[in-house]
Write a protein that binds this ligand. Structure first.
Ligand code: TRP
Length: 350
């Protein structure tokens, strides 16, 4: 595999799930730099939708604080880092609005109003919140802001009157909770003030970390979007394959094999990957050969992203400008929605 392969979306079907009238909103918590899992899971669909639909990317710094209030400096530092990641993969601020959540006070205004439409019991039942509470070991000491973050996320989505939200499967309960709030607001208003939204699920299954566990920055098992060639090679060499596949001549397992999961997600030639799987299963293909192919694929994908990121990182004023202009545009949009929702609560009647 040589470096001339142009990285391109492996799947194109997300386009057909969106129509030109859809309004798209997604967000990321600025708790770390983005990695290849984010690329396969959501950045790629955002690139495909760019220019076809109205699209906003929200850097959710307030949401990041709901479980990281002790890491405020870390969160603040990562706001421009996430913006750099967006720009480096090809998000064009002329076509996609990039906004910072904390610069949009209307979202906080919406959250306060929506909190009256949701019970604590309902929040405690939210499967995403439940799983995250366990993951973080909060037990009884759940920050109230954390328990309520689905409501704040409903504010994010409705604040832009979004109709389509590209998310992973783990975020489906958030969409459901958002639509419950939307219906309550519309019932209060006696009119359709807010649109319901639907999830846009990516067809790529969640990309594992190099050890086969969930990819996470803290576990050090993810491949950063700006990884150097050496880093890519080191991480690919360390990838979990099939422990039963000792000699190249042994039959190997493709399921649960991280190298094949990455090839499935990123190799621009799926037919060649199928053939490799066939040979691997039958015995006669060593791990090293497959890993070398993956290194080539990832190098070709990451090299232009890395180069662009390095170039943009030198122009901090530009990145700050993008965030300022995007947040200003989003400010106008979200204030208009808050006005409508306040009216539903009769707040400006006198
Ligand atoms: N909850 C998302 C995450 O953890 C981030 C996010 C914040 C988001 N606001 C959003 C996603 C609105 C979709 C829509 O990555």
């Amino acid at each position: 595999m040589s470096a001339h392969i142009i990285a391109q979306p492996v799947v194109d079907e997300r386009r057909s799930q969106a129509s030109a009238t859809d309004v798209i909103l997604t967000g990321d918590r600025p708790t770390g730099s983005l990695h290849l899992g984010h690329y396969a899971g959501s950045l790629r669909s955002r690139l495909e939708l760019q220019g076809r639909c109205e699209q906003t990317l929200l850097i959710a710094d307030l949401q990041a604080l709901t479980d990281s209030s002790g890491r405020a400096a870390h969160v603040a530092r990562h706001v421009p880092e996430v913006a750099l990641d967006y720009l480096a993969v090809g998000i064009d601020p002329q076509q996609t609005t990039i906004a910072v959540q904390s610069r949009l006070p209307a979202l906080a205004g919406l959250t306060i109003l929506y909190l009256n439409l949701v019970t604590v019991a309902r929040l405690e039942r939210n499967p995403t919140v439940k799983a995250e509470v366990e993951l973080r070991g909060f037990e009884r000491d759940i920050p109230a802001g954390f328990l309520c973050y689905p409501v704040s996320q409903a504010a994010d989505i409705t604040g832009f009157r979004a109709t389509l939200v590209p998310v992973g499967e783990d975020q489906l309960p958030m969409i459901e909770q958002t639509n419950e709030i939307v219906r309550r607001v519309n019932r209060l208003a006696g009119a359709s003030v807010l649109p319901e939204c639907r999830a846009l699920l990516t067809s790529t299954p969640r990309l594992p970390g190099i050890d086969g566990r969930k990819a996470s920055k803290s576990l050090g098992n993810a491949i950063p979007l700006s990884a150097t060639s050496d880093e890519i090679h080191r991480l690919v060499r360390a990838m979990y394959t099939d422990p039963g596949h000792v000699r190249a001549s042994d039959p190997g397992r493709v399921e649960g094999n991280v190298v094949f999961a990455y090839l499935d997600a990123f190799d621009p030639d799926p037919a060649a990957v199928s053939e490799l799987k066939e040979r691997y299963r039958g015995g006669g293909l060593g791990d090293m050969a497959v890993k070398r192919r993956l290194e080539g694929v990832l190098d070709a994908l990451v090299a232009p992203i890395r180069a662009r990121r390095a170039e943009l990182a030198r122009d901090r004023a530009y990145v700050m400008d993008v965030l300022r202009a995007g947040s200003e545009r989003a400010y106008v949009t979200t204030e208009a929605v808050l006005r409508d929702v306040r009216a539903a609560f009769m707040l400006d009647a006198s």
